[in-house]
Write a protein that binds this ligand. Structure first.
Ligand SMILES: NC(=O)C1=CN([C@@H]2O[C@H](COP(=O)(O)OP(=O)(O)OC[C@H]3O[C@@H](n4cnc5c(N)ncnc54)[C@H](O)[C@@H]3O)[C@@H](O)[C@H]2O)C=CC1
Ligand SMILES: O=C(CO)COP(=O)(O)O
Length: 325
């Protein structure tokens, strides 16, 4: 199975390395000429994953059409750009492994729904879980959910990508795997705010628990399975991303908690903090579904410039409720 990678960011590069294990040849499309040049000349992605030597079997290209000859594609562009990159290549029935974590602005579609809209003949799978790219690229032990409605295809993809330090757990719950990855990025911003504002470990732990409750409510409303949300792509990724400044989303929240403006924190970013783009879309989708997501609503308010003390005070002043609600 010849695998191609769409997206030369940190995650696309790390997954190319995973797929290249055992000497397999990998073709990676990168948007930046500098990334193409550094991978092909120096076997390193100096822009998004520097200091990680890449195998020479990974070749980069700036021509996305070259990927049409692959047997499967890892789609690792940021969620807001999946539609454009998938529209730029003749895919046919080539399986797509969707690795972006987000919800499309405007349409409120999950990435799998976008892929089906743009490439209706391509079977899709979702790869998601607690995976800092730099740790995966360094060969540190990692586990992910690989969800595919066609379980035989999912098993083949899981086996093809699995390695000694990269465990793939099969699932058929594509929606659940996508929602976990998308919502955790928004909740990670909230946990970063708690850190940046010095609100303490109790608040941090409470936010993870209450955030998981709203992730679950929203996921079940969209047809996800509870075991998926409680697994690697949901709770697993939530704990990872909510607890480390290695997370771009958590780090964005730390800045907000310190009183810095979202516009300043987002300006000149080369790397993507998906939660900032997903948060307003998630708010719309939750309201449309009639699902209460107060933590995600608070993140939106903070991204729109609201005062941290006022937002936190409002969260704490909400009417008392019950566990499980
Ligand atoms: N970095 C990580 O540790 C992980 C990232 N992911 C997900 O992978 C996806 C890609 O993120 P990263 O690899 O982290 O990116 P990155 O933050 O390392 O780099 C940004 C990427 O966005 C691309 N980009 C920017 N504007 C674009 C446009 N108009 N059209 C197409 N591409 C554009 C850049 O070319 C670059 O590849 C995101 O959805 C992210 O949530 C998932 C797991 C781990
Ligand atoms: O998805 C990730 C880890 O699973 C990467 O998190 P950030 O996008 O917040 O850096």
């Amino acid at each position: 199975m010849k695998i191609g990678v769409i997206g030369g960011g940190a995650w696309g590069t790390a997954l190319a390395q995973v797929a290249a294990r055992g000497g397999r040849e990998i073709l990676l499309w990168a948007r930046e000429d500098e990334v193409v040049a550094s991978i092909n000349a120096d076997h390193v992605n100096t822009m998004f994953l520097s200091a990680i030597p890449l195998p020479e079997t990974i070749r980069a290209t700036g021509d996305i059409g070259e990927l049409a000859g692959c047997d499967a594609l890892l789609v690792v562009a940021p969620a807001q750009h999946v539609r454009s990159v998938l529209g730029a290549i003749r895919i046919g029935t080539m399986p797509l492994v969707l690795c972006a974590k987000g919800i499309e602005a405007g349409t409120r579609l999950l990435v799998g729904e976008v892929a089906r809209a743009v490439q209706p003949d391509a079977p899709i799978a979702v790869l998601s879980g607690p995976t800092f790219a730099h740790e995966v690229a360094a060969g540190q032990p990692t586990a992910v959910t690989l969800a595919c409605e066609d379980e035989a295809l999912g098993a083949r993809l899981a086996a093809r990508l699995a390695g000694p330090a990269f465990r793939t757990y099969a699932s058929s719950d594509v929606v659940g795997a996508e929602i976990g990855g998308a919502v955790k990025n928004v909740l990670a911003i909230a946990c970063g705010v708690v850190e940046g504002a010095g609100l303490g470990q109790n608040a941090h732990a409470a936010l993870i628990a209450r955030g998981f409750a709203e992730m679950t409510r929203f996921g079940l409303a969209r047809g996800a399975r509870s075991e998926t949300l409680a697994g690697l792509s949901g709770l697993g990724d939530l704990v990872l991303t909510c607890s480390s400044t290695s997370s771009r989303n958590f780090s964005l929240g730390v800045g907000l908690g310190q009183g810095r403006a979202a516009a300043e924190l987002m300006a000149d970013r080369r790397t993507v903090a998906e939660g900032a783009f997903t948060a307003p879309v998630l708010r719309e989708a939750a309201r449309e579904a009639g699902v209460a997501m107060p933590v995600s609503e608070a993140v939106c308010a903070l991204l729109e410039g609201a005062n941290v003390t006022e937002v936190v005070g409002a969260l704490l002043a909400r009417p008392l409720t019950r566990e499980g609600v």
